[in-house]
Design a protein around this ligand. Structure first.
Ligand code: GUN
Length: 293
């Protein structure tokens, strides 16, 4: 039976260190890390994520602001807000929650964020740094960075000789995750919805990262004996066993089945989710520290 990877505990450890360093930065320089989170529209899941990011920032002793804009906000207005935040010396991190309404070009908004305040790591400058292995000065997207920390704790920093399979090719998770694994010397395969023999490819993985957004798609018999399984999925599904209209959260991995074969596995919730927020705090702290010179 697999060891359960306690992402909540590791995240608390990271946040604890961020709190200490933020207090030291404040005492030494007077600088308080500032995080601005922007949400457009009223998507319930996005509202929950944004609220928890703001709450965690306050817990870390940060200056935390949230801008909530109506769903029909014009693109030009959002660009103007990002430019204002770029110029605001009290703000060190800017996060525009995705997805944005369809009439707004997300790419344009992301590229408007100053690369120095791009704590999501989505700007071309930061994507390029990660892609070329300039990790020391890159902001790395929070979910893959958090997943990588969990992998490091189990398998060490050097993954030489290990096969890693990432299922999913999104710009937010799949591609940056693959680059991080590659930078750690793993042999990396990116699989996705059009991949043939997906089960077989997954079975070759010593490290299997599932980030497809499909509930319980990765089955137990896709998992190599002893593999490290990182489940990035957060899917809400009907749970009639809990009562009519009730739901529960599941990952992209069929947890019960996979846990019988994996060496270690992240649960949903309580695995990767808390790590994402912890790494956002860490990125914001780094940004504020760099601003301090
Ligand atoms: N939507 C889902 N995940 C993310 C994320 O990591 N950052 C932003 N900005 N939006 C998201």
């Amino acid at each position: 039976m697999a060891a359960v990877i306690d992402g909540k505990a590791v995240a608390e450890d990271v946040v604890g260190r961020v709190k200490v360093l933020a207090a030291e930065l404040r005492a030494g320089t007077g600088i308080v890390p500032g995080l601005a989170v922007v949400i457009v529209g009223a998507d319930p899941a996005s509202q929950v994520y944004v609220a928890s990011k703001g709450k965690k920032a306050k817990e870390c002793g940060f200056h935390s602001v949230q801008h909530t804009l109506p769903a029909d906000t014009a693109e030009a207005e959002l660009v103007a807000l990002v430019e204002t935040l770029n110029a605001d010396p009290a703000i060190h991190g800017i996060l525009v929650q995705l997805p944005l309404p369809e009439h707004i070009d997300s790419g344009r908004i992301i590229q408007t964020i100053s690369p120095d305040k791009d704590v999501d790591g989505f700007h071309f400058v930061n994507v390029g740094k990660l892609g070329t292995g300039e990790l020391a000065t890159a902001f790395v997207p929070c979910t893959p960075a958090g997943s990588m920390l969990l992998i490091e704790r189990l398998r060490g920093r050097d993954l030489s000789g290990l096969n890693a399979v990432v299922v999913g090719r999104s710009n937010i998770v799949g591609k940056p995750m693959a680059n991080l694994l590659l930078a750690a010397n793993a042999t990396v395969t990116i699989a996705h919805s059009r991949t043939k023999n997906l089960a077989e490819i997954c079975r070759s993985a010593d490290i299997l990262v599932a980030a497809v957004g499909r509930p319980e798609m990765v089955r137990g018999d896709w998992v190599k004996q002893g593999a490290t399984v990182i489940d990035v999925g957060i899917n809400r599904v009907a749970a009639p066993e809990k009562g009519e209209g009730k739901t529960r959260l599941v990952g992209d991995v069929a947890y019960g089945e996979a846990a019988e074969r994996a060496g270690a596995i992240t649960p949903v919730p309580g695995g990767v989710g808390p790590m994402t927020i912890a790494l956002l705090m860490a990125n914001t702290l780094v940004s504020a520290s760099l601003a301090a010179g």
